[in-house]
Design a binder for this molecule. Structure first.
Ligand code: GDP
Ligand code: MN
Length: 383
């Protein structure tokens, strides 16, 4: 789950990472109220989950209430790369001497945490990586050992952070690591991490992505979930507890197991189609789950065909078939289904589907994944 900047900063503050005083505002009046209590000058910042807000005009400096009104009015409702601004973060503006970059992510291949640190912050880190890869220090951290103050200091020195900022940066690196691990983040990024002319180091932006698998030990994340930006398809999928991710294509996908679901997307792509979604109904899915999955896919207006790819292990073929028959009784599917049903009880499943007397125009069975993908793509592409 991705957090908005203001939520990320609140999260940082829990782990003693210094951030500027400020508050959220959903209206121009609220923006002025927050500005008055934060102290001028302030920055008015669009809260959207997309980078480059500054360049898009979503971040403005204001020296008094009139300027706050002007900028807040302009930014609220602004469209930044397809994200409409509904909320602002207003904070006391900082004087900036230098801008750095710091982040922690998980390097799955190395089975370690990865610190990235650069003295060239503020800009896109991808840009720095492309132009001057040597300017980014990458350091693997063993999750059992964590990062010591000494290691953090050395990383700062290696990244050519100036001597007067090294201690401040190192202490934030240690706190940010705590935030990343104890806070169960997939990503914790500060860009820019700034050095003020007074010598203090401080987080000016926050990009935090939480690991949903850890939500059971974070009841406080419920607040974030309430503001999470999901599209309407994803919201519907969530009410059914489905592992669904909305995409832009025209072939609706249902598969059991995340690996098979991803392979299904690949095959659809290979034969010239585009997937409308990722949907893993999991192992042992029953008829209800299948019916819910079809309901969610049917809700997507772009879907022109539905590819159900099941290789039954724990998931049983007859349950899948029952779910399809039930769903066809419950919802009027706009798009035809192409199914590849294999594995546990596949034979029984195919019998159930045949006996249900569903016309070919609504449901077509194919023996292999490739043949099923070709048929589903042909239908979606209008061939
Ligand atoms: P992003 O463009 O979406 O990553 O938004 P950031 O929060 O990183 O802000 C972009 C840029 O705006 C920063 O790199 C700063 O140069 C500038 N900026 C943001 N806040 C302040 C501030 O308090 N004072 C000053 N002087 N500049 C700021
Ligand atoms: Mn930024």
């Amino acid at each position: 789950m991705d957090l908005f900047e203001y939520q990320g900063k609140q999260y940082f503050a829990r782990f003693d990472i210094p951030v500027s005083p400020g508050g959220v505002a959903d209206t121009v009046d609220q923006a002025v109220t927050v500005a008055e209590s934060s102290g001028y000058p302030v920055v008015v910042k669009a809260q959207v989950q997309v980078g480059g807000r500054g360049k898009a005009g979503g971040i403005k400096l204001a020296n008094n209430a009139d300027e706050v009104r002007l900028h807040a009015g302009n930014i609220l409702g602004m469209d930044i790369k397809g994200h409409v601004v509904k909320r602002l973060w207003v904070e006391h503006a900082s004087d900036i001497a230098e801008e750095y970059y710091a982040s922690y992510t998980l390097d799955r291949a190395a089975k370690k945490h990865l610190l990235m640190l650069s003295a060239q912050g503020g800009v896109d880190i991808e840009e720095v990586a492309a132009k001057d890869p040597g300017a980014i220090v990458k350091l693997h951290i063993d999750p059992v050992d964590g990062i010591s103050s000494a290691t953090a200091r050395q990383a700062a020195i290696d990244a050519k952070i100036p001597a007067r900022a090294v201690d401040g940066v190192a202490s934030i690196l240690v706190q940010l690591y705590r935030c990343f691990t104890e806070g169960d983040c997939d990503l914790a990024e500060i860009n820019p991490l700034i050095l003020k002319p007074t010598g203090e180091v401080h987080a000016l932006d926050a990009k935090v992505s939480l690991d949903n698998n850890a939500s059971f030990r974070h009841p406080e994340w419920d607040d974030y979930r309430a503001t999470e930006e999901l599209d309407s398809r994803e919201q519907l999928a969530r009410t059914h507890d489905l592992q669904y991710i909305g995409l832009d294509g025209s072939v609706g996908i249902i598969a059991n197991g995340a690996g098979l679901a991803m392979s299904t997307l690949d095959v659809v792509n290979q034969v010239g189609g585009t997937a409308a979604n990722f949907l893993d109904i999991g192992g042992g899915a029953n008829a209800d789950v299948m019916a819910a999955a079809l309901e969610v896919i049917n809700f997507d207006q772009k879907v022109k065909s539905i590819f159900i790819n099941i290789f039954g292990g724990i998931t049983r073929g007859e349950e899948v078939a029952k779910g399809i028959v039930e769903a066809l009784g419950r919802v009027d599917l706009r798009a035809p289904i192409v199914i590849r049903l294999d594995g546990t009880n596949a034979e029984q499943g195919r019998e159930i589907l045949a006996k249900a007397g569903i016309p070919e125009s609504k449901l077509m069975s194919k023996p292999t994944m490739l043949e099923a993908a070709k048929s589903a793509v042909a239908i979606a592409n209008g061939k």
